[in-house]
Design a protein around this ligand. Structure first.
Ligand code: ZN
Ligand code: ZN
Length: 306
C-alpha cells in the first residue's frame, strides 16, 4: 500500500521499477484516474450555478491551451522559444490538466511522431480505439518517461521537479478553486456557488472533458477526417476536433510539418492556440516562431482528382 501511495506522488519510482508484466494495466496506479471520473457524480450533491459552469469552461480553455501550445507545440516540438519563467509557468499549468508532467508527455509524443501508426507506435488506433484513447497510458510499461527522447528538457531542474511530482499541481489547482468558490459564497451569495461546487465543475468535470477530448487526437484524429498531405502515417484533418482542441484537429497538417507553430495552414482552418501564440509573440512573451516550408507542403500535397 505504501509503495502504491509513493508511486502516486513520486514518478521516479516508475523509472527504477522492475516490471514483471509490462503490458498489463497498473491496477493500483490507475485509482486516481478512476476517482477523477467518479468524483463528477458529486455534481448531484453540489448542484450547479452559471458561475460554476463559466469557470468550468474557462478552466478547460486555459488548460487546453497549456497542453496544446506548450506541452505539444513547445515542449514536444520546439516550435517557438520562450523564457525559462514562461516555460516553468506553463509546465505547471499544463500539469493541472492531469496528463502527467511535461517531460513524460513530450517523450511519449516524440516517440509517437517517429513511429506513428507502425507496430512500435505506443498509441496507434490500429491496436483498437480504447488502446489508443486511454489504455496505453495505463499500462505498466508506459508510466516511465522515455528519457532518451527528452535529454534537452531534463537539463532543467524545475521541469524535472514538476515531472516528478506532477500530481501536486492538480491538488493545488483544486484547492485554489475551492478558495474561489468559498470566497464567492461568502461575499457574493446571490451567485449560488460554493467551494465544493467550484471544485467539482472547475476541476473534476472540466478535467474529464479536457482529458477525453485530448485523447481523441490519438484515437480519432488518426481515423476520421481528410488527408491533405502524404505522410507515412494515417493522420487526418478533422474540423470538429480542431474546434474542441483549439487547433490540434489539423493533425494531418501537423504530421506533415510537426515543427510548425501553426497547425491550421489555410485561413479557414481555425487554430485558436496559434492565434493566442501569435499575440504572445507580439507582446514579447515568446519568439522565434517556426512556420511550415511551402516547398515541402507542395511536395507532400495529395492532388485530389477534380
Ligand atoms: Zn498523431
Ligand atoms: Zn506532435
Amino acid at each position: 500500500m505504501k509503495k502504491t501511495i509513493t508511486k502516486w506522488f513520486d514518478n521516479t519510482q516508475s523509472q527504477v521499477e522492475q516490471l514483471t508484466n509490462p503490458d498489463a494495466i497498473d491496477l493500483t496506479r490507475i485509482i486516481p484516474f478512476i476517482a477523477i471520473h467518479l468524483a463528477c457524480l458529486f455534481v448531484m450533491v453540489v448542484g450547479v450555478s452559471w458561475v460554476a459552469v463559466l469557470v468550468c469552461v474557462l478552466s478547460y480553455g486555459l488548460r487546453m491551451f497549456a497542453i496544446t501550445a506548450f506541452y505539444h507545440r513547445y515542449f514536444s516540438h520546439k516550435s517557438f522559444k520562450t523564457s525559462r519563467w514562461m516555460q516553468a509557468l506553463f509546465a505547471a499549468l499544463g500539469a493541472t490538466a492531469t496528463q502527467r508532467g511535461p517531460i513524460w508527455w513530450a517523450a511519449h509524443h516524440r516517440h509517437h511522431h517517429i513511429h506513428a501508426d507502425s507496430n512500435a507506435d505506443t498509441h496507434s488506433p490500429k491496436d483498437g480505439f480504447w488502446h489508443s484513447h486511454l489504455k496505453w497510458f495505463l499500462m505498466k510499461k508506459n508510466f516511465a518517461t522515455k528519457s532518451e527522447y527528452v535529454r534537452d528538457l531534463e537539463q532543467y531542474p524545475e521541469l524535472k521537479f514538476i515531472d516528478r511530482f506532477d500530481i501536486l499541481f492538480p491538488i493545488i489547482y483544486a484547492f485554489l478553486l475551492f478558495a474561489l468558490g468559498a470566497a464567492l459564497q461568502t461575499w457574493q451569495p446571490q451567485l449560488g456557488t460554493s467551494g465544493w461546487q467550484m471544485v467539482i465543475w472547475g476541476y473534476f468535470i472540466s478535467t474529464v472533458l479536457l482529458s477525453h477530448i485530448t485523447y481523441c487526437i490519438n484515437s480519432l484524429a488518426h481515423v476520421f477526417g481528410s488527408r491533405e498531405y502524404a505522410t507515412k502515417d494515417d493522420s487526418k484533418n478533422n474540423f470538429w476536433l480542431a474546434i474542441l482542441t483549439l487547433g490540434e484537429g489539423w493533425h494531418n497538417n501537423h504530421h506533415c510539418c510537426p515543427g510548425s507553430v501553426k497547425q491550421g495552414f489555410k485561413w479557414w482552418q481555425i487554430d485558436v492556440s496559434y492565434y493566442a501564440l501569435y499575440l504572445m509573440d507580439k507582446v514579447g512573451l515568446i519568439w522565434d516562431l517556426k512556420y511550415p516550408n511551402q516547398e515541402l507542403l507542395n511536395k507532400k500535397l495529395i492532388r485530389h482528382k477534380p
